[in-house]
Design a protein around this ligand. Structure first.
Ligand code: C2E
Ligand code: MG
Ligand code: MG
Ligand code: MG
Length: 283
């Protein structure tokens, strides 16, 4: 009986493997097509000063345009892009496009900053600094107006290399942030060594912070940590007025979330930026 069970498990495992392998081949071909057919698109979510409500910049968030499914969200394809290495050409496109767009928005708003997510796979790519430099040169965007987001786990997995990469980026003048802060395992003693400008408080804490004491305590701790290390703090996933008021009370610096705006296609973002700019000029 035991033997039969093992054989069945083995068969099951084999068929799972085949399914995974086949799905991978199919999905990586679909991703390749999307890249070749220029069906990658960036949406932009405003990042806002928490007191004045002024837009400071935006986070660029990738989607794939699909004739059947509409827009495919990054959660559905970033893992495959990482596994197949397609995240490399994809990431280069994101850098180039985000910098080009930010330069254009600077004609509406001085000093507009665009934030771009970096995959841990990109961080292993020796060409990454050159890809960043190329994007800045092509767009003529000032390095201070490009922010690169590192995830906490990418940093902690690879402290020595990341430190070297970050120092290079800071020497170029870029801004650096840690994304989804609080969900990884940052060593606080390491954190002070990283030349990071901004901590992005993960949305899970922000969304639960008014329901229970624990998440509120974590948010408060991250804001204090940011202050102690002279880093800006931005709350992600702010959805309600109550959350905003609470965060203001903590002296959190910036916010990003559906309460202010969902991520928008570039043309809609242009309209929003023009509108808010003309309002703040009147004031
Ligand atoms: P992230 O970098 O933490 O981005 C924030 C995510 O939270 C975005 O999801 C955004 O739409 C969503 N969000 C913003 N405000 C709210 C809110 O108030 N409520 C809720 N429930 N969600 C909110 P999105 O666009 O689906 O992106 C998911 C993740 O995919 C990103 O998380 C990032 O890790 C990854 N990603 C997106 N674009 C890129 C990219 O160009 N390169 C890489 N490597 N990863 C990317
Ligand atoms: Mg991000
Ligand atoms: Mg995040
Ligand atoms: Mg996230």
């Amino acid at each position: 009986a035991k033997k039969a069970l093992e054989t069945n498990c083995y068969r099951f495992y084999r068929s799972e493997m085949n399914m995974h392998a086949r799905a991978m081949v199919k999905m990586s071909a679909a991703l390749r097509n999307a890249i070749d057919e220029n069906r990658l698109v960036l949406h932009y979510q405003p990042q806002v000063n928490i007191d004045s409500g002024q837009i400071i910049g935006a986070e660029a968030l990738i989607r794939i345009k699909d004739s059947k499914q509409g827009l495919i969200s990054p959660a559905d394809f970033i893992p495959i892009a990482e596994e197949t290495g397609l995240i490399i050409p994809m990431g280069e496109w994101v850098l180039k496009e985000a910098c080009r767009q930010a330069k254009q928005w600077q004609t509406i708003q001085n000093g507009f900053v665009v934030a771009v997510n970096l995959s841990p796979v990109q961080l292993h790519q020796p060409d990454l600094p050159h890809a960043v430099t190329r994007a800045l040169q092509q767009s003529q965007l000032a390095p201070e107006c490009l922010e690169l987001e590192f995830t906490e786990s990418a940093i902690m997995n690879n402290v020595e290399d990341i430190l070297r990469i970050m120092r290079g980026f800071k020497a170029t003048g870029l801004q650096l942030s840690i994304d989804d802060f609080g969900t990884g395992y940052s060593s606080l003693s390491y954190l002070k060594h990283f030349p990071v400008d901004k901590l992005k408080i993960d949305q899970s804490f922000v969304q639960n912070m008014l329901e229970g004491d624990n998440d509120a305590a974590i948010v408060r701790a991250i804001v204090s940590l940011g202050q102690a290390l002279s880093m800006t703090t931005i709350a992600e996933g702010v959805e309600t007025e109550e959350q905003l008021i609470y965060l203001r009370g903590l002296a959190c610096t910036e916010m990003q979330g559906y309460l202010f705006s969902r991520p928008l296609p570039a043309d809609e973002f242009t309209k929003l930026l023009s509108k808010t700019q003309s309002v703040s000029k009147q004031a």
